[in-house]
Ligand binder design. Structure first.
Ligand SMILES: Cc1cc2nc3c(=O)[nH]c(=O)nc-3n(C[C@H](O)[C@H](O)[C@H](O)COP(=O)(O)OP(=O)(O)OC[C@H]3O[C@@H](n4cnc5c(N)ncnc54)[C@H](O)[C@@H]3O)c2cc1C
Length: 407
């Protein structure tokens, strides 16, 4: 059997980008379906640290660029969503930490960087007295300065659940080997071919949104696109399950010349109630050349240096490699805004940061309005989710990597 189905928008990829866009486009009255090849959030989204940044990283050089000003607006925007007053109702998303902290350990260069950052972010960063330290650092003999940022941390599994639950009937798991993009003309998608045991479904739409993170690379080559291209930045992340009574949320600013914090630490609850410290930052960037054992030994060493009062003897450690996927910029620079490229009937997206997804949502909605894409396939679309549901199951939510590794 061959069955033809139609909808307004097909979204490929069920990370934060695809799920956010599905919500925004359904609000606009558009028919849309999201196809995920595996499990929701299982790419970068559930591997992220969940920090909604206010732009500190960009200000460590002491200069506020336009990009750092744009990202500075994001914490407030997310807070509105979390209160049910923003673009998307995120009242079911858990906030793990209402503030994120930055600690400059006292070395000359780290103090300088922190000072410059605090100047550039005036009004958005507060140096704390010891009496206002968060519990994790309270009553510890901490040298240097602790700052409270406007940044905060969300629980990414609850975010993915919040975004996917209202539209579960429009989200399908379609493994890669069952999906082909049919393109007779470079850069244009004529339809998707979905192969099932019973036959083939030809799914067409007004627009196709590529929101597959690192998977966008393969989708671009299927439709013959070389430019724009993707770049990946590899990271070697660390996770540590320990019996420390207080979760930690802090950038430890180091003494290197780089502008990335030495360690960026977040804490996340496991399903069994235990807490995991999750560590990125410079250690994850430089760690790509270390083996797992070497990376764990390095993490152990650095944590002992910064938090010597914590007992690491019974800690369980894990590390894993993951890529950040982004648009390729000249000189392998890091993009600092959400990315959208619209050409033919394809919208190519990379949020580049969880934080910037609301900006991506605005750009996509605006572009579709400019392109006069409206819900003109209502009658046909209404049958599409039900028909797809006969052959494909809804996609499940992935487990965060540390749940698997430290089970
Ligand atoms: C270690 C790490 C820590 C981070 N920490 C932060 C942070 O604290 N704050 C922040 O703002 N940002 C952070 N980021 C960045 C942020 O996580 C990413 O920018 C964001 O999650 C990207 O979302 P996405 O939806 O584009 O991609 P992904 O989350 O990677 O989702 C892509 C989805 O597409 C699916 N897919 C792939 N190929 C196909 C296909 N052919 N068909 C259908 N589906 C497909 C994948 O299975 C996946 O589910 C971090 C990133 C990493 C790697």
């Amino acid at each position: 059997m061959t069955q033809e189905l139609h909808t307004d928008i097909v979204i490929l990829g069920g990370g934060i980008a695809g799920l956010w866009l599905l919500n925004r486009l359904r609000q606009q009255g558009l028919g849309a379906v999201l196809l995920e090849c595996d499990a929701l959030g299982g790419g970068q989204t559930l591997a992220s640290q969940g920090i909604i940044h206010g732009g500190l990283k960009y200000a460590l050089s002491g200069v506020l660029s336009p990009a750092s000003s744009a990202i500075a607006a994001m914490p407030e925007r997310w807070r509105k969503c979390l209160a049910g007053e923003g673009d998307i109702d995120l009242r079911q998303t858990q906030v793990l930490a209402p503030h994120y902290y930055m600690w400059s350990s006292g070395g000359y260069r780290s103090r300088l960087k922190t000072f410059l950052g605090s100047k550039a972010l005036r009004g958005r960063i507060d140096a704390l007295n010891a009496s206002s330290y968060p519990e994790f650092l309270r009553n510890k003999s901490l040298s240097g300065t602790l700052y409270k940022l406007t940044d905060f941390v969300v629980d990414t599994p609850s975010l993915v659940s919040n975004l996917s639950t209202p539209h579960a009937d429009r989200i399908f798991r379609v493994p890669k080997e069952q999906l082909s993009l049919i393109s007779a003309h470079k850069g244009r998608i004529d339809r998707l071919e979905l192969n099932t045991n019973e036959g083939t479904i030809l799914l067409s739409a007004q627009r196709y949104i590529l929101a597959a993170g690192e998977g966008n690379g393969d989708l671009l080559s299927q439709i013959g696109i070389e430019q724009p291209a993707m770049q990946v930045r590899p990271l070697h992340m660390l996770a540590l399950r320990n019996e420390h009574p207080h979760p930690a949320y802090v950038h430890c600013i180091g003494d290197s010349f780089g502008m990335t914090p030495r360690m960026t630490i977040t804490s996340h609850p496991c399903k069994d109630g235990a807490w995991v410290w999750y560590i990125g930052g410079e250690i994850a960037e430089t760690g790509v050349d270390r083996s797992a054992d070497q990376q764990i030994a390095e993490g152990h060493k650095q944590l002992r240096e910064v938090f010597p009062w914590v007992d690491y003897d019974r800690a369980q450690w894990a590390s894993f490699f993951i890529n950040r996927a982004e648009p390729k910029l000249a000189n392998l620079q890091r993009p600092d805004t959400a990315y959208l490229h619209a050409a033919e009937n394809v919208l190519l997206t990379w949020p580049t940061k969880l934080t910037l997804t609301p900006e991506l949502g605005d750009s996509v909605v605006k572009t579709l309005q400019q392109q006069a894409v409206t819900a003109n396939s209502a009658a046909n679309d209404s049958a599409t989710p039900a028909e797809l549901g006969k052959y494909f199951t809804s996609a499940n939510i992935a487990l965060p990597r540390w749940e698997d590794l430290l089970a």
